[in-house]
Design a protein around this ligand. Structure first.
Ligand code: ARG
Length: 598
């Protein structure tokens, strides 16, 4: 079954073709037919609206209201349209407002309640999408930027998975580079017998370890020399150096995994080191394609597409003057590997990179070079999905009260701790006695869910201010508010003893505004999901969910459900059930667990 919007679009497109043909203008069809019809911005205008007549008026040099009349005459002659539409009106300078027949809305409602994904269609192509997200750096702090990337990347992956795409979630961990020279040298100095007890050694605080190594590197020329030769040893595959490198990576990985476990994130690690073996070839190929220029010993690709303030083309360095490769070379190798079919690449159709917007220039340069080198096949796409900074409530960098940087583990634990305090207070005031297990589980779901939702509900492009108080509030656009709405519905389900019989739709009817408002909100779900698939803005799903819960709660506050007679009760229970399904699917996309009670 198609969504109403899709059906209406087909009717509109059909009429548009007729009108363009009559005016000998069919050549502009592709240009003008996009988003030919949308849901109404305001309920009083109807269910759907179209501004096509205003768009056409300039192109056909005709009065938009006259074009509107032509549209109406074509549309009302279309049997499909007449089946759906209760009323079509011209408004203002030439907008078309459409109201859908109530029985059609009820039909849609029941259809969605009966299908597993609440009417979200499966994709019709079998595209493979790589989402490159999280990607922290070994022996460095996994910071709030990585947290944002992790939460947003996970959610984007979940959205595509729900739509039926094959998704490869990749962790492009920073596990290679010259910094390993100093890290390994320092390791050998402080744990000279690291080879014997590789698994037993606990370096402890790796970030501290990194800092000390760096200090030594900056102040001690002997250490510096040893570090440099260590880089060479590592790159030539020296066994001892490789073991040391593995040890460092393993310990970092354990730290990262604590965070992934808390957040329930699935991701495949394929760090920068994986692409090391391709780097020499990448530079060679760029050279063979005459794309390289040498600039002060470094090999660069100059990009006319990207200019500095003085109007000169900017270079992307792919090999440093000391012969070393860099972050950009690795990303070029990754693009080639990921989009290529042969010999054992990923053969993906699309790569999505989720990082802060500070890397926007890096990615446009890398994409530009990859295009010039023909490493992006014509049916493939690469896309940077940028996000803003995470700030404290003062608008400055997020810090502890003592002014230190906050560790992610501590931040997540703090959210859970606060959720637990709120819950315990509520239990006392409601005179409830709950098991320790219940309290643990519930505060965990609320605390972690709140952190994720606070992040996802912000427009990702802007900076966002992190506030435990706001994200844990039971009222407002927060995870606890949405979870609470679900808990209300679970409560109804527990008390209800009748079966949800949706077969005889004749007996299902609605008469109150509170019901119709909820129905219309529910029916917008698929449109929201499909549009987010294009703009990758999860905050639009959050806004929708907030409105959906408000609409549901108004319905719940106003109208009895279980106390009603048989068919009225059934009709209202269907609304509860579809609200529940929509919320669960959506929270699933946001990576937020749900609760039966809280
Ligand atoms: N490790 C990088 C950082 O911490 C992010 C990597 C993003 N992915 C990529 N393919 N460049 O900034």
């Amino acid at each position: 079954m198609l969504s109403t919007l899709k059906e209406l679009s087909i009717c509109f497109e059909f009429s548009l073709k007729e009108i363009l043909n009559q005016n000998n203008k069919i050549n502009i069809y592709n240009e003008v037919s996009k988003n030919i019809i949308t849901t109404s911005s305001r309920e009083e205008f109807g269910d759907y609206q179209s501004s096509i007549c205003l768009v056409l008026s300039k192109r056909l040099k005709k009065n938009p209201r006259d074009i509107a009349l032509e549209f109406i005459s074509f549309l009302t002659n279309n049997s499909k349209f007449s089946l759906l539409c209760e009323d079509i009106k011209i408004a203002g300078p030439g907008f078309l407002n459409i109201r859908i027949k109530k029985e059609i809305l009820i039909e849609q409602l029941i259809f969605r309640q009966n299908c597993k994904r609440a009417g979200i269609p499966l994709t019709s192509n079998n595209n493979k999408i790589i989402v490159d997200f999280s990607s922290p750096n070994i022996a460095k702090e996994m910071h709030v930027g990585h947290l944002r990337s992790t939460i947003i990347g996970d959610s984007i992956s979940r959205l595509f998975e729900l739509r039926g795409y094959e998704v490869l979630r990749l962790n492009h961990v920073g596990d290679w580079g010259t910094q390993f020279g100093m890290l390994i040298t320092h390791l050998k100095d402080v744990f000279p017998d690291f080879l014997n007890g590789a698994n037993k050694i606990n370096i402890g605080d790796l970030v501290e370890f990194y800092k000390i190594s760096k200090q030594r590197f900056d102040n001690d020329s002997d250490f510096q020399n040893r570090s440099r030769s260590e880089v060479v040893k590592l790159q030539s595959g020296n066994e001892e150096s490789i073991s040391a490198w593995k040890l460092l990576c393993n310990q970092s990985r354990e730290e990262f995994n604590v965070i992934y476990k808390l957040l329930n994130i699935k991701i495949e690690e394929r760090g920068e080191s994986f692409y090391n073996r391709f780097l020499r070839n990448i530079v060679e190929e760029l050279s063979n394609k005459n794309l390289l220029t040498e600039d002060q010993g470094a090999k660069c690709v100059f990009l006319d597409e990207m200019k500095n303030k003085e109007g000169n083309a900017l270079p992307l360095i792919v090999q440093k003057s000391d012969g070393g490769y860099n972050y950009a070379t690795t990303d070029l190798a990754a693009i080639k590997y990921r989009l290529n079919e042969h010999p054992n690449g990923d053969n993906a159709n699309k790569i999505i990179y989720v990082t802060d917007h500070g890397q926007a220039n890096h990615f446009s340069a890398v994409f530009e070079v990859a295009k010039k080198a023909n490493w992006i096949p014509h049916n493939c796409q690469v896309q940077h999905v940028p996000f803003g900074l995470v700030q404290g409530i003062d608008g400055k960098k997020l810090k502890t009260r003592e002014g230190k940087t906050i560790r992610l583990k501590d931040l997540l634990k703090e959210a859970v701790k606060r959720a637990k305090e709120d819950l315990s207070n509520r239990l006392v005031s409601e005179n409830r006695n709950e098991s320790e297990n219940f309290i643990e589980h519930t505060s965990n779901v609320i605390g972690i869910g709140a952190v994720k939702y606070a992040d996802l509900s912000q427009n990702r492009i802007t900076n966002y201010q992190f506030s435990f108080e706001k994200m844990l509030a039971l009222n407002g656009n927060t995870a606890p508010y949405l979870l609470y709405t679900l808990v209300r519905i679970s409560g109804i389900n527990r008390k209800n003893n009748s079966r949800l019989e949706t077969n005889d739709s004749k007996n299902i009817s609605y008469e109150h505004d509170a019901e119709w408002n909820l129905i219309k909100k529910l029916l917008k779900f698929d449109e929201i999901i499909l549009s987010i698939e294009n703009d990758l803005m999860p905050n639009r799903l959050c806004n929708y969910l907030f409105e959906l819960c408000q609409t549901f709660n108004r319905f719940y506050d106003k109208l009895p459900i279980l106390k009603e007679s048989k068919y009225k009760k059934l009709s209202r229970l269907i609304l509860c059930a579809l609200t529940e399904k929509t919320l669960k699917l959506s929270l699933g996309i946001l990576g937020i667990e749900t609760l039966e009670r809280m």
